[in-house]
Design a protein around this ligand. Structure first.
Ligand code: HXC
Length: 277
């Protein structure tokens, strides 16, 4: 089977300075793409560009706050100027913290909606319009989470925002198929990144509880999520659009609480299964 190639293509990766965004930027470079690594902290973006030296693609660090539509427009224009083209986008930038809904301030709600939902829209809109104006096909990929459709206590802001990103994606997929633009989501489970770790499993006990919620009993590595992103952006995924691909070790399947606790039902067995019928 041939590997996918992104040779000569150009992509924007938001939140590219760390975690899944960093791994995705590097993966796209590995596949031959030019990448605008966008984020708020220049030092981190430069580190990613340096880490990508020697890979077949190339990269540019570009400080951008996805909440600012004019900054996003400028970042997309700079991408086209630097690389001579644009072929797509990874909406990876996110903000999150666990907070009981009744304690969430208006500003807290706004901050997360603004980064996740408005930011993803600003980027999809700017990249989509650039693709349409250039009469080029392209691909938009957004990173979401299963609580976008399942909900999850403590994440009302993020869950609502990610749900918006999923339906934005499906709607754009239907509207922009006529331009050859695909739009998909990837829904990672818990992944070993600093940002998610600090926001969602800060203590050893919390980390253990998260692990117990994952039937595969491990966290994802950023590189394995990035690998899927590379595939979904490539022509090998050319007929996939409007899809949400879960890569969560079964976490979103294991939330039921009937009967035996889910942690027990998914714990590795120490006894042999009963003989089949
Ligand atoms: C309650 C909080 C809070 C917390 C912030 N706020 N942190 N409220 N608990 N832990 C409130 C603040 O009090 C403030 O409201 C409002 O939110 C805005 O906070 P600021 O710090 O001023 O906002 P800003 O600087 O814009 O930062 C945005 C942020 C921040 C979302 C709060 O955490 C951020 O930028 N995070 C980016 C990185 C990140 O979160 N990565 C994790 C992604 S993990 P008041 O009312 O006081 O003014 C992820 C994975 C999910 O998404 C899937 C897992 C399976």
């Amino acid at each position: 089977m041939t590997m996918e190639s992104l040779d000569g293509r150009a992509f924007v990766v938001t939140g590219g300075g760390s975690g899944i965004g960093r791994a995705t930027a590097l993966r796209l470079m590995e596949l031959g793409a030019s990448v605008t690594v966008a984020g708020r902290t220049e030092e981190r973006l430069r580190e990613v560009v340096a880490a990508g030296e020697g890979l077949s693609g190339t990269a540019m660090a570009r400080v951008t706050d996805v909440r600012d539509p004019e900054a996003v427009e400028g970042m997309v224009a700079d991408t086209v100027e630097r690389f001579g083209r644009i072929d797509g986008l990874v909406n990876n930038a996110a903000g999150n913290f666990v907070c009981p809904a009744e304690d969430l301030s208006t500003n807290g709600w706004r901050a997360v909606i603004d980064i996740v939902l408005n930011g993803s829209w600003h980027c999809a809109s700017a990249v989509g319009r650039a693709l349409i104006a250039a009469d080029r096909p392209g691909a938009i990929l957004s990173v979401v989470a299963s609580y976008a459709w399942l909900g999850h206590p403590g994440t009302v802001h993020s869950a609502a925002a990610k749900a918006g990103v999923v339906t934005m994606t499906r709607t754009l997929a239907a509207e922009w198929a006529r331009y050859g633009i695909r739009a998909n989501c990837i829904s990672p489970g818990p992944t070993t990144t600093e940002g998610a770790g600090a926001a969602l499993w800060a203590t050893a006990a919390e980390r253990e509880r998260v692990l117990e919620s994952v039937p595969a009993r491990r966290f994802a590595e950023p590189a394995e999520i990035a690998d899927i992103a590379g595939f979904l952006l490539s022509d090998r995924a050319g007929y996939i659009t409007g899809e949400v691909l879960s890569a969560d070790g079964g976490q979103s399947l294991g939330a039921q609480v009937y009967g035996t606790p889910v942690a027990e039902l998914t714990r590795p067995r120490t006894t042999a299964p009963a003989a089949g019928r």
